[in-house]
Design a binder for this molecule. Structure first.
Ligand code: PLP
Length: 428
């Protein structure tokens, strides 16, 4: 078949009528399907249920160093929890602080601290006329929501298969001291599925920054979330900490991770790692904020996941559940959209497929899908201020729905993409 772009206007009119019929058929089914949020499915959550029975009133409720976990204290986290989270953070346990249930919460607090108090002797950001932030796009909507809430001016940075466009990043940070940070999801990025190349990691570590307190927010939310059983097909992103130390900028990075998509979102354990100077400052400030986080949950997670091998074995079970869903997305899009001027990511891990439709169609596709009972992430969501300059990117989150529902939701999505594309060509 010829691509839609090469199809005559008469044929496009006929195609639109046929697609409208198909679309109305879906609408008549009264569907209620969801491909919007990156949440684990019930079957994935079941994998971690044994965690709930690991501690009881008769089990040993002492940490390895003798700490009674029932009581206050240990602000930086149980030693064995720091060791466990150091696996995810690729760092020395001494550089890790284990916190509560959400890494996003730690990122928010870190920006709040920098705004209010400054970091390592630099002026509080809130005292400056302007604070700016680099936002590789498409990116994670909740990152952008944080910087937006603090009134930080966000700058779009293009992404390619290696990570953020470093020519653009280097030029900006070298010349503007108001730029204080960058959001990075280095492994299987949300939503692009990008794995940062060694060169990108080294350039981020090495680049000259006009702001002495420039910080790389290294959110490694998907560091162990590989889809392929073969470790040869797993991402191996360089550690930003080691790269920054080598480059002589040891305090430039803050690393974040959590077990949200390993055990239970909202009831997992989150942690950060940073240089000794940053960790000392953060621990001192956090000590005012809390007398200590939930040590029951920390110990439960240590006893359940155990170590790097335990995490890998557990993640392989997740992968076995979600891999068929990612395969189905790939199959349905390739079969259904060969004639449309679009493309999408084929990630090796993480939670998303990123779809790039013809320019000017994303909002319309999401609207059509919604009217037919399929909820997608809002068009524009992966961009600061919800503004996709091309109106082309749609995030597909295939993990939550059962596979039969996903199958149907993808049929609807494919129909909506085709219909919106034909409409756009006829409107031209
Ligand atoms: C890149 C990224 N970071 C952080 C989070 C949320 O992490 P947490 O549950 O630890 O707050 C998500 C959830 O989707 C995410 O995609």
């Amino acid at each position: 078949m010829t691509s839609y772009a090469q199809t005559s206007s008469d044929e496009l009119h006929a195609l639109r009528a046929a697609l409208e019929d198909e679309y109305n058929g879906f609408k008549a089914k009264g569907l209620s399907l969801n491909m919007a949020r990156g949440k684990p499915s019930a079957a994935q959550l079941d994998l971690s249920l044994p965690l709930l029975d690991i501690l009881s009133s008769t089990s040993d409720l002492r940490a390895a160093d003798g700490t009674d976990i029932r009581n206050y204290g240990v602000g930086t986290g149980l030693p064995e929890a720091r060791t466990l989270m150091a696996v995810l953070l690729d760092d020395d346990p001494a550089n890790v602080i284990v916190c509560g249930n959400s890494s996003l919460n730690i990122m928010y607090d870190e920006i709040a601290r920098c705004m209010n108090f400054g970091t390592l002797g630099c002026a509080p950001w809130a005292t400056l006329d302007t604070v700016k932030w680099l936002c590789p796009v498409p990116g994670y909507d909740r990152h952008f929501a944080i910087t937006e809430q603090f009134g930080i001016e966000m700058i779009n940075i293009a992404m390619d298969d290696n990570g953020p466009c470093m020519d653009q990043v280097e030029e900006l940070v070298a010349n503007d001291p108001a730029i204080k940070g960058i959001w990075c999801v280095p492994t299987y990025s949300n939503p692009g599925g990008v794995e940062y190349s060694d060169e990108v990691v080294r350039r981020l570590a090495r680049m000259t920054c006009a702001a002495p307190d420039f910080r790389i927010f290294w959110d490694n939310a998907y560091c162990v979330h590989h889809l392929d059983p073969d470790p040869a097909h797993h991402a191996h992103v360089l550690d930003i900490g080691a790269a920054c130390r080598e480059a002589g900028h040891p305090d430039r990075y803050l690393k974040f991770a959590s077990t949200s998509k390993i055990t239970f979102p909202g009831a997992g354990v989150a942690a950060l790692a940073a240089s000794p100077a940053n960790i000392a400052e953060i621990a001192r400030m956090m000590n005012v904020q809390t007398i200590g986080h939930d040590k029951f949950n920390q110990l439960r997670h240590v006893r359940f996941l155990k170590d790097a091998d335990g995490i890998a074995a557990h993640m392989a079970k997740h992968a076995a559940i979600i891999r068929p869903k990612f395969d189905l997305v790939e199959q349905k899009l390739s079969e259904g959209l060969a004639d449309v001027d679009c493309h999408w990511s084929t990630p090796r891990g993480g939670y998303f497929v990123c779809f790039y439709g013809p320019a000017g169609t994303a909002k319309r596709i999401v609207e059509l899908a919604k009217e037919a009972g399929v909820t997608m992430t809002g068009a524009g969501a992966p961009f600061p201020y919800h503004k996709d300059p091309e109106d082309s990117v749609i995030r597909i989150a295939p993990t939550l729905p059962p596979i039969e529902e996903l199958d149907l939701a993808l049929d609807v999505f494919v129909c909506c993409v085709k219909l919106a594309s034909v409409e756009a060509l006829l409107n031209d």
